[in-house]
Design a protein around this ligand. Sequence first.
Ligand code: IMP
Ligand code: MG
Length: 177
Amino acid sequence: MLNDIENVLISKDEIESRVAEMGRRITADFRDKDPIFVGVLKGCFIFMADLMRHVDIKCTMDFMAVSSYSGTSSTGAVKITKDLSEDIEGRHVIIVEDILDSGVTLSYLKQYLMVRRPASITIATLMDKPARRKADVHADYSCFEVPDAFVVGYGLDYDEHYRNLPYIGVLRPEVYS
Ligand code: IMP
Ligand code: MG
């Protein structure tokens, strides 16, 4: 295990089985709806790649990039740095996010996409940290509810590092200082 990690919060095997389960649920719920999965970069990239291999229906994928964080605390401001390339009017949109924390990012994104008149907007997140919620937004699909700790791995970063870890881990406090 990487030296900077204090403990593993969610193992590779646990992630694998919960992500597969979410894929099966989405498959059942969106059959014949031709949904568009919208990944929120960069954090979503590993989760979405794994999730999509368990989604056995006709669908498309697109990506957005937003920035709201620097280090471990939110700046509160959401900025769209990459917009969609596909039209979502009349489509069933499934936003794929790494973690729902304060909810500021997703509530902003939801409103931003709503203007384009999709048929529906659904949120699928790997992790949900409800203790820190500020905005009125909830996850329709979530693999794990996590405590109020800063986690990294499986796509999630601390200052762009640790995204490559195959598990979700908690950083040693020394790493922040
Ligand atoms: P929110 O707007 O506060 O819900 O934050 C959403 C974004 O903040 C997520 O998509 C992550 O990129 C980032 N974030 C929130 N909590 C964590 C964490 O514990 N580890 C790494 N990134 C996090
Ligand atoms: Mg993110």
